[in-house]
Design a protein around this ligand. Structure first.
Ligand code: SAH
Length: 234
């Protein structure tokens, strides 16, 4: 049977009393039973095995073992800096990027974005999507979805790459230090403006081409993350 996962912001060995929606979900939707094993995770990389002690409609008591570091997290810590996309596409990318293993998502406002802001409601929804996807995929880290910033105001870490269809360098040309954080930039439907590409490159960001075909704005980030993270697990 599939082991259910519960998100608890602080994990501690011993008894924990769950109330509110998390308890209701376990009791009424997942219908857990006394004695059943569950996994609790803190969203920051720790997890703990637990056993259900008692079940009521709005209260579930668990006995947790000592928390330990999750072994499903990638050693390459990727932040996806992605231009705002139309409709529900950003939510789809957040879901897939979370499944593949990114640690953070930084929405960007760029020159050719059709959407120029990320409302509080949309941000809230993206955060819920990340939390759900993290739970579903067995992760113990919930990627942080940050507030949207203008491209020129974004923090650019030492190791950053830019998905750029019109360059000759490929991922093979980038030296990736395991364990060091990496930020990847991907553009909107209309691509990055020439001056934006120049700006990023002037900050040391390496442009990388993902094959000879132009990918859609919602495909490129997923393909790039898969290319970076999947070889680790093979
Ligand atoms: N019309 C734009 C393409 C936009 S595609 C142009 O021709 O330049 C949207 C985004 O996906 C791009 O900004 C880029 O970040 C990424 N992308 C798409 N195809 C790519 C490829 N083959 N290599 C690298 N990045 C790509």
């Amino acid at each position: 049977m599939r082991i259910h996962r519960v998100h608890l912001p602080t994990l501690q060995e011993g008894e924990v009393v769950l109330t509110g929606s998390e308890a209701h979900h376990l009791a009424k939707v997942l219908r857990v039973n006394v004695g059943q094993e569950i996994k609790a995770f803190d969203g920051a990389g720790l997890e703990s095995t637990g056993v259900v002690q008692s079940v009521h409609d709005f209260q579930v008591i668990l006995e947790l073992q000592e928390p330990r570091a999750s072994d499903v997290e990638a050693s390459l810590k990727i932040t996806l800096a992605i231009a705002l996309l139309k409709g529900d596409k950003l939510a789809d990318v957040v879901r897939q990027a979370t499944e593949l293993g990114v640690v953070a998502i930084q929405p960007l406002i760029t020159k050719y974005c059709d959407v120029k802001e990320l409302s509080a409601n949309k941000l809230e929804r993206l955060r819920r999507v990340a939390q759900e996807a993290s739970k579903q995929s067995g992760r113990s880290v919930v990627p942080e979805v940050r507030e949207a910033v203008k491209l020129r105001e974004v923090q650019i870490p030492l190791l950053s790459i830019l998905a750029h269809p019109h360059t000759s360098s490929s991922l093979n040309d980038v030296a990736l230090g395991k364990g060091s954080p990496l930020t990847i930039f991907t553009g909107p439907e209309g691509g990055f403006a020439e001056e934006e590409i120049k700006f990023l490159m002037s900050k040391g960001v390496t442009p990388v081409r993902l094959g000879a075909r132009i990918l859609r704005a919602e495909t490129a980030p997923v393909a790039l993350i898969a290319a970076l993270l999947l070889p680790e697990a093979l």
